[in-house]
Design a protein around this ligand. Structure first.
Ligand code: TRP
Length: 331
């Protein structure tokens, strides 16, 4: 045991990662690696709540892993693994589902939203998804989970389930805290700046993928929606420009007010073309490393096998305790 506090987080391999995933999440995970014992999971079990093409799912699982590493997550420091390789996630999920009230799951806003969008595929997995997520977190004695706004309610359930189990039996689970990043940013859709940037947006000009090539990035930034005020200013009346300024500032580390000042007498065209170069320069090395990892399947396999081994040790120990307390016969 390292004695460090534990962090757990995961991304679904259900689509391509965007600049929003990077600035909002993965980049911050990199900084946590030295201070914490980090588990970064590719949550493939979660992703099948929406139908996936099997071969795409396999490819994307490796893509997410490659991007983790290309962004700076180091498998020597952190445990990178694939959720379905550690069956304890599903096993704990069953036990916890018997302690979860239907009302709790009915209240989940993400489920309610998905229900609206996904009318033809209202499967039970979509409903119990937060229980599986609680299992992910609780198996590793997780102290903190870096989460965005959209996952806070799910984390709250994980906390409640940990308390509930601890109270019913005896102290077993660490109760996880949300880790709200000070530097995290909510990056919005380039075509509809009222919406969060997401790989599932209909218009592909709305998001920048970490694996987009430079010309694609330039084109998407150029086409991004702005306004007719024509002043580079961070203001709620100019959500498009506000979002572009956020991206600029997050990638360069420069204060927003300094960027505004520099562009006072300049138009959107110049600002956008400079921003495109900022993004290209930042993402190019990531993209190159990503492509290298994707071309080295043997190395990827080494990483996920080693990650699985490390994760399994902890998961097995937790599940054994849970089974024993629940009253299942030991083998
Ligand atoms: N539900 C999360 C999402 O869609 C992914 C996820 C699954 C997760 N298990 C997790 C995130 C555990 C943090 C911790 O983004």
């Amino acid at each position: 045991m390292s004695g460090k506090e534990v962090i757990f987080s995961g991304v679904q391999p259900s689509g391509d990662l965007t600049l929003g995933n990077y600035l909002g999440a993965i980049r911050n995970w990199v900084d946590l690696q030295d201070e914490y014992d980090c588990y970064y999971c590719v949550v493939d079990l979660h992703s099948i709540t929406v139908p996936q093409e099997p071969k795409d799912l396999r490819r994307r699982t490796l893509e997410v892993m490659s991007l983790y590493m290309a962004c700076g997550i180091d498998p020597k420091k952190s445990t990178i693994f694939i959720q379905s390789h550690v069956p304890e996630h599903v096993e704990l999920s069953w036990v916890l589902s018997t302690m979860t009230y239907l009302g709790e799951l009915n209240r989940m806003t993400q489920f309610k939203d998905k229900t609206k969008k996904n009318e033809k595929n209202l499967n039970a997995g979509l409903f119990t998804y937060p229980v599986l997520m609680a299992s992910d977190i609780l198996l590793y004695n997780t102290n903190a989970v870096p989460v965005g706004d959209d996952q806070k309610q799910h984390l709250e359930l994980a906390r409640d389930l940990a308390d509930r189990f601890n109270n019913r039996y005896s102290n077993t689970f660490q109760v996880p805290e949300p880790l709200i990043s000070k530097v995290g940013a909510r990056i919005m859709d380039l075509q509809d700046p009222e919406k969060k940037m997401s790989k599932s947006a209909e218009n592909e000009n709305g998001y920048i993928l970490l694996k987009d090539d430079p010309d694609t990035i330039r084109r998407k930034v150029k086409r991004s929606i702005t306004d007719s005020i024509n002043k580079v200013k961070y203001s709620d009346d100019q959500p498009g420009i506000k979002n572009l300024l956020t991206i600029y500032s997050k990638l360069t580390g420069e204060e927003i007010k300094d960027i505004e000042k520099r562009y006072t007498d300049k138009g959107y065209g110049e600002f956008k073309s400079d921003l495109a170069e900022v993004i290209v320069n930042h993402l190019s090395p990531i993209r190159e490393k990503y492509l290298e990892y994707m071309n080295d399947k043997d190395y990827l396999k080494e990483v996920y096998n080693e990650g699985c081994e490390k994760a399994s040790k902890v998961a097995r120990k937790t599940l054994r305790k849970v089974y024993k307390k629940t009253g299942f016969m030991a083998r």
